[in-house]
Design a protein around this ligand. Structure first.
Ligand SMILES: Cc1cc2nc3c(=O)[nH]c(=O)nc-3n(C[C@H](O)[C@H](O)[C@H](O)COP(=O)(O)OP(=O)(O)OC[C@H]3O[C@@H](n4cnc5c(N)ncnc54)[C@H](O)[C@@H]3O)c2cc1C
Length: 659
């Protein structure tokens, strides 16, 4: 039996995991990070566009603050988020950017003088002030009120991840890659670490710890077409689900990005449209202005994706061997801008499609595909799950600042911010806890996992894991996409349940326990199907349209009946279907009462009577406190107090808003 002990165990070496590890090391804890792959190759590195934080430096960002960032986030979420968490996030994000700058992230900077940009299809000239010269710049991204997405060209995630990884390593974090978490070790309601499989030797190792934090990213690979890396398979979330205790939140909340390139699915960042790029149809017409006159190409992602499919359905798509698509035109930005700010985008199109996007009239073929997992391991505001000692952060979690649609630029921001906030709560937990667990219990978990692997190896003539996975991806792609119906979702649920049954009977050809990709596929697909079932069942039961969850048969957002979070769990090991329960969102505790988002079709809300009541209450409290001379922080506190470590809650200095 191999047991490795630590004070703090972090599973996942992306932005969220590594930033959490830093907090643990700052407290002097023996900290281990497990990862499937070398951590600098985590999916965070693929983020191109930007990180949202209300610095308010550039002219187009001036006047921004955490209140406006908070408001954009809540509206973006279609009121599905936990507003207290969104507040924790918006308050911390500017500190995260500055901390990253201090670790060497080469943020693009404001340059004083006259500039021009393409805004809503028109060239606009504006002035950057001397006092902002050299400060961190921002681009238009995510449909926000102010330009808030800080960026490093179009390699934002890359430079962030390298800086955070370097800092974690500098502080002495132990990083172990090619280790895959396959089970959670728990006993009497407490988590004691995980069982991980060494992907090279095949050995199962018990990583026992005072606290465990899961930061394993999204589950996009349950879809056939996705922008996600192949490692974003949701296997760790599947292992967490198999505890039978921890809940997964809003798994049906899946975001589709409007502009992955066809057919590879590699993302062309929203920064393309943020910088002024336009979506065009078969006639070359920039159609988004017809649907969304206010936000146009920069309406929220769920809205743009739906509009694109509507437009294709109206016969305005471009035919191709890979299905109909639309065009993304960045050539209007000019070669100089593209080669400076959108280098990766240019290279992707050049290498994978053989086209030069800087040439006038050359457009990228694009179509919406799965992109981001709003759902994940449900936690409270401190990042704790129902299993004591088990935390989650980043895209793997449903901390829930995204509700049913996360804003562009808010997720690398969440990964780092949750790494700070949740990571610090986690570190405190580890500092103040003990991991007293008998070796017998640990051995029990190792034996169970070993037996599962051996059963797969020993079985003859069972199901082929690759075929099961392909069938799962077909079902998910076909029926749990951008537009969903009762009939389609029922087919998905039935089909996936059948696959779940069949997945208990997998066999493989290559019979080795070590370095065996076929074996990996076998145990992974068993968990992936369970995750897909949580998505399908949650989507079937949610009889409304909210954010990215769009039901053709229930087109309205139903605040009267569905202002609640879906919680899925796996009651019994032999079940073939998750059990669902719901967590109500209390309107009377919200800082912003449910209302129209400001984009998308109007008149599509089934009102909750409490919304108007709370809106009026908010108005009265705000009015009264303003008359009493209270400032915006005091008013905010009266409307919706939220908990946050003092160092992150502290006010930040901005141009025009000195401390
Ligand atoms: C193409 C693309 C572009 C994006 N661009 C932007 C952007 O511009 N702005 C923005 O805000 N967001 C963007 N996002 C989203 C954002 O990048 C992610 O949400 C965020 O980086 C996730 O960080 P994370 O730390 O939670 O997870 P990840 O970076 O995905 O890291 C997950 C880690 O978990 C490990 N892991 C996974 N499973 C296991 C297991 N079973 N056992 C052990 N380890 C495991 C992996 O090895 C990895 O180290 C983009 C996403 C994509 C797909």
């Amino acid at each position: 039996m191999k047991i490795v002990y630590s004070d703090a165990l972090v599973v996942g070496g992306g932005l969220a995991g590594l930033r959490s590890a830093i907090g643990c090391r700052q407290l002097g804890l023996k900290t281990i990070v497990l990862s499937l792959i070398p951590v600098k190759r985590s999916h965070s590195a693929a983020a191109q566009g930007g990180m949202q934080a209300s610095l308010g430096n550039a002219t187009k960002a001036r006047g921004d603050n955490e209140d406006i960032h908070f408001m954009d986030t809540v509206k973006g979420s279609d009121w599905g988020c936990d507003q207290k968490v969104a507040r924790m996030f918006a308050a911390t994000a500017p500190k995260a950017i500055r901390e990253l700058a201090s670790w060497g992230v080469p943020w693009n900077r404001v340059k004083a003088g006259e500039h021009s940009a393409i805004i809503k299809g028109q060239k606009e000239t504006f002035q950057e002030d001397e006092e902002a010269h050299g400060l961190i710049n921002a681009r238009d991204f995510g449909g926000t009120k102010k330009w808030r997405a800080c960026y490093t060209g179009d390699a934002t995630g890359h430079s962030m991840l390298y800086a955070v990884a370097n800092e974690a390593m500098r502080l002495g974090t132990e990083i172990l890659d090619r280790k895959e978490m396959v089970a959670v070790i728990h006993y009497e309601g407490k988590c004691y670490g995980v069982v991980a499989r060494d992907l090279v030797t095949g050995e199962l190792i018990a990583f026992v710890s005072k606290g465990t934090l899961i930061a394993t990213g999204g589950y996009g690979r349950i879809y056939k077409n996705t922008t996600n890396a192949v490692i974003c398979d949701g296997v760790a979330a599947g292992a967490v689900l198999e505890t039978g205790i921890v809940r997964l939140g809003n798994m049906e909340a899946v975001q589709f990005h409007p502009t992955p390139i066809v057919p590879s699915g590699i993302l062309l960042t929203e920064g393309c449209r943020g910088d002024g790029g336009l979506l065009r149809d078969v006639d070359g017409h920039a159609f988004m202005a017809d649907y969304e006159p206010e936000k146009r190409d920069l309406a929220s992602r769920d809205v743009v994706s739906r509009r694109m499919l509507e437009h294709i359905k109206a016969g305005k798509g471009i035919k191709s061997p890979y299905g109909d698509h639309l065009w993304l035109d960045i050539s209007i930005l000019g070669a100089e801008h593209i080669h400076k700010n959108l280098r990766d985008v240019w290279e992707i199109a050049h290498c994978f499609n053989g086209i030069d996007l800087a040439q006038k009239g050359v457009y990228a073929p694009v179509r919406p595909m799965q992109h981001y997992s709003m759902g994940g391991i449900r936690t409270n505001a401190r990042g704790e799950t129902k299993l004591k000692g088990l935390f989650a952060a980043g895209e793997a979690a449903c901390w829930d600042m995204h509700g049913f649609n996360r804003l562009g630029g808010n997720s690398v921001a969440e990964a780092v911010v949750a790494g700070m906030v949740v990571g610090d709560y986690f570190a405190e937990h580890c500092k103040n806890s003990q991991a007293e667990i008998s070796t017998e219990v640990i051995q029990g978990f190792l034996d169970r996992e070993q037996a599962k692997l051996e059963a797969i190896i020993q079985r003859e003539n069972g199901e082929n894991p690759f075929k099961l996975k392909a069938q799962m991806q077909e079902l998910v792609e076909e029926y749990i996409g951008i537009f969903r119906t009762e009939e389609g979702l029922q087919k998905a649920v039935d089909g996936l349940e059948e696959l779940c049954r069949r997945s208990k009977n997998i066999s493989i050809h290559y019979k080795e326990l070590s370095a065996n990709p076929e074996l990996e596929e076998a145990y992974r697909v068993q968990k992936m199907i369970k995750i897909a079932l949580c998505v399908a069942k949650g989507a079937l039961e949610r009889k409304e349209s909210r954010g990215a969850h769009s039901r053709e048969d229930y087109p309205k957002r139903d605040d009267a009946n569905w202002l609640k979070r879906t919680l899925a769990y796996w009651k019994n090991a032999e079940d073939t279907m998750p059990t669902l329960e719901y967590e109500e969102l209390d309107i009377m505790e919200m800082e912003i009462a449910p209302a129209y988002r400001g984009y998308g079709p109007q008149g599509m809300i089934i009102e909750n009577e409490k919304s108007a009541k709370r809106a009026q209450e908010i108005e009265e409290i705000t009015q009264k406190l303003k008359e009493d001379g209270k400032n915006r922080w005091e008013i905010q506190d009266a409307l919706m107090p939220f908990e946050l470590q003092e160092r992150y809650k502290a006010r930040i200095e901005r141009i025009g808003e000195p401390l």
